[in-house]
Design a protein around this ligand. Structure first.
Ligand SMILES: *Cc1c(COP(=O)(O)O)cnc(C)c1O
Length: 549
């Protein structure tokens, strides 16, 4: 390959028509091939590719970089092969929060990569800087933050947001911790059903996971306020300093929504009573935060004409979600319910000035920022170079608008309500285990004979009895998993924790999951899914093995 040929691997520098057509041709080929694999009645792009047990080992041994580059046609061909058997977000894709990337989202990311600016500094990435400021303002207004004070940035997932919140929490109470390290008596609090993001963040900041206090969750899978209060008191009494409370607003398994209003009231009271510095509250709204788009929905007039039940469900979610703005920081994982590609997460903070606690000194950033030109330099992020993912977020917000999101979010509620009814009517020994929560998720649990969910939830069974049902459900997961090409369900080995009569430890509950995430899943498709579950049941429970954890 001579240099001229290498140049052909790049977009043109002058808008050359031939180079443009070739480039478009690759994209067209990619889209057309993937489309040719699609079947709305399957949850994969063509048959799942069976993988031998040494699949990855073989790859490690055979993969090599070609000495001379392949023709781009061949490269595109290789890429389309990757799509074969790939999970795809059809109506039957109900496994977890793995969304389909919408066209505005994809076009947005394409814009990001075509411009390929660096979101670190507006001189290098003006488009992303502009859209980042725009989406910060747009989402601040929707959530109810004062947009003249709030600030934020796009980051590495809901995990990155939980981490960034903790960084701020430490800096707010111990501004010198950056230089001197952290004290050894800091504590963080979250629900026992919270995402493991906080666990990892506590490990990474050196606080130590023994200092993560897990608060009990109640029957609605939200944090028990009495337990939070008691555990805060206990930590303070023993000389610990509470710095960070993560309120999960939309748990990943049950869609439990922590009561931020009460959490705020409890922490304010503690701060006053024990003369503490402000405890940072992060709303882990990575998943559920989008439901705050109903904050200003007129539930009386109901302009989008939602059915009564759907309206009631949305209004129930809104009763908790409308208080999201009380949190000091929060997050929107646009790659979840925001309908954009990975990775497009927005971290927002109520008081933007707090970022100055994390910012680098001018002396530390000799290449960028602090020039006469350029005025947007994100020295306070943990990342250095940053992808301009706000461009995709911006495109999605423009294309969907508030009502577009409201419609898709309401449809998740609609299909979940219907799924629950159909499932329990058809299969009497299945119980819905997140009945008090509505949203995109239904967790369901199979019993050998009669449903025992009430007994389990009330702590009336033994650990062994609960584990036996867990085992039964594990078998159901396996059978549903085998048939995922037809309907792709999800499952969890810790939907929640319950008490048992014969142990002090809380016992995890296994449950299968219906997570409606595809825009294409509608009520008409549910009978087929219930049928798929029904067909799996005779294969379950033939030999229940005693498990001990
Ligand atoms: C998904 C999720 C996270 C982690 O987000 P990533 O984008 O995967 O890093 C954190 N918290 C909750 C509640 C989530 O649902």
């Amino acid at each position: 390959m001579d240099l001229k040929e290498v140049q052909q691997l790049f977009p043109s520098e002058d808008g050359d028509k031939l180079q443009q057509a070739t480039f478009l041709n690759y994209i067209e080929k990619l889209i057309m091939t993937i489309d040719s694999y699609k079947d709305p009645n399957k949850s994969t792009l063509g048959p799942i590719q069976e993988k031998s047990s040494d699949f990855y080992k073989e790859i490690i041994e055979t993969a090599h970089t070609p000495n001379n580059g392949l023709d781009m046609e061949q490269v595109v061909n290789e890429l389309t092969k990757l799509a074969k058997g790939h999970p795809y977000h059809t109506r039957n894709f109900v496994t977890n929060v793995l969304p389909m990337a919408s066209i505005p989202g994809i076009i947005g990311i394409l814009t990001t990569t075509l411009l390929n600016g660096n979101n670190l500094w507006d001189v290098y990435g003006p488009a992303a800087a502009e859209t980042e400021v725009k989406v910060i303002s747009m989402m601040s207004k929707l959530v109810g933050y004062d947009h003249t004070k709030s600030w934020g940035y796009t980051t590495w997932g809901g995990q990155g947001a939980v981490f960034s919140g903790l960084r701020l929490a430490i800096a707010k109470q111990f501004p010198k911790a950056k230089e001197e390290g952290i004290p050894n008596n800091l504590y963080c609090f979250a629900s026992e059903t919270a995402h493991y993001s906080l666990l990892k963040s506590i490990e990474a900041t050196g606080i130590g996971s023994n200092h993560l206090i897990r608060v009990k969750a109640g029957k609605d899978h939200s944090m028990d306020m009495n337990d939070l209060q008691a555990k805060l008191e206990e930590v303070i009494h023993k000389g610990g300093i509470p710095i960070y409370i993560v309120a999960t607003t939309g748990t990943t398994d049950s869609f439990g929504i922590d009561d931020i209003k009460s959490i705020k009231a409890i922490t304010a009271e503690m701060e006053k009573k024990h003369k503490l510095k402000p405890i940072h509250i992060h709303a882990d709204s990575a998943l559920g935060g989008f439901y705050c788009l109903f904050r200003e929905y007129d539930f009386k007039q109901n302009p989008l004409q939602f059915e009564d039940e759907v309206l009631e469900g949305l209004s129930k979610i809104n009763r908790r979600m409308q208080h999201l703005y009380l949190a000091d920081s929060l997050c929107f994982d646009f790659q979840k319910l925001g309908q954009t590609p990975y990775l497009t997460s927005l971290f927002l903070i109520k008081n933007g000035e707090d970022f100055s606690l994390l910012d680098l000194e001018e002396f530390e950033t000799p290449y960028v920022g602090n020039r006469g030109y350029g005025s947007y330099h994100t020295g306070y992020t943990l990342e250095c170079s940053r992808m301009g993912s706000s461009i995709a977020i911006y495109a999605a917000l423009l294309a969907f608008g508030v009502t577009g999101y409201q419609k898709i979010l309401a449809n998740y509620v609609r299909v979940n309500l219907a799924f629950r009814k159909k499932l329990t009517a058809r299969i009497p020994n299945i119980s819905i285990t997140n009945n008090e929560n509505i949203g995109p998720i239904t967790t369901f649990r199979l019993y050998k004979d009669a449903v025992q969910w009430e007994l389990e939830q009330n702590g009336n069974l033994t650990r062994e009895q609960i584990q036996q049902t867990n085992e039964l459900n594990y078998q159901l997961f396996e059978i549903l998993g085998e048939h995922r090409e037809d309907v792709f369900f999800g499952d969890t080995k810790k939907q929640c924790l319950v008490d048992a009569v014969n142990t002090d430890e809380r016992v995890p509950i296994y449950a299968a999951k219906f997570f409606s995430i595809s825009p294409y899943t509608e009520i008409d498709h549910l009978d087929h899914m219930v049928q798929a579950i029904e067909n799996s049941i005779p294969k379950v429970g033939s030999d229940i093995i005693e498990v001990s954890i």
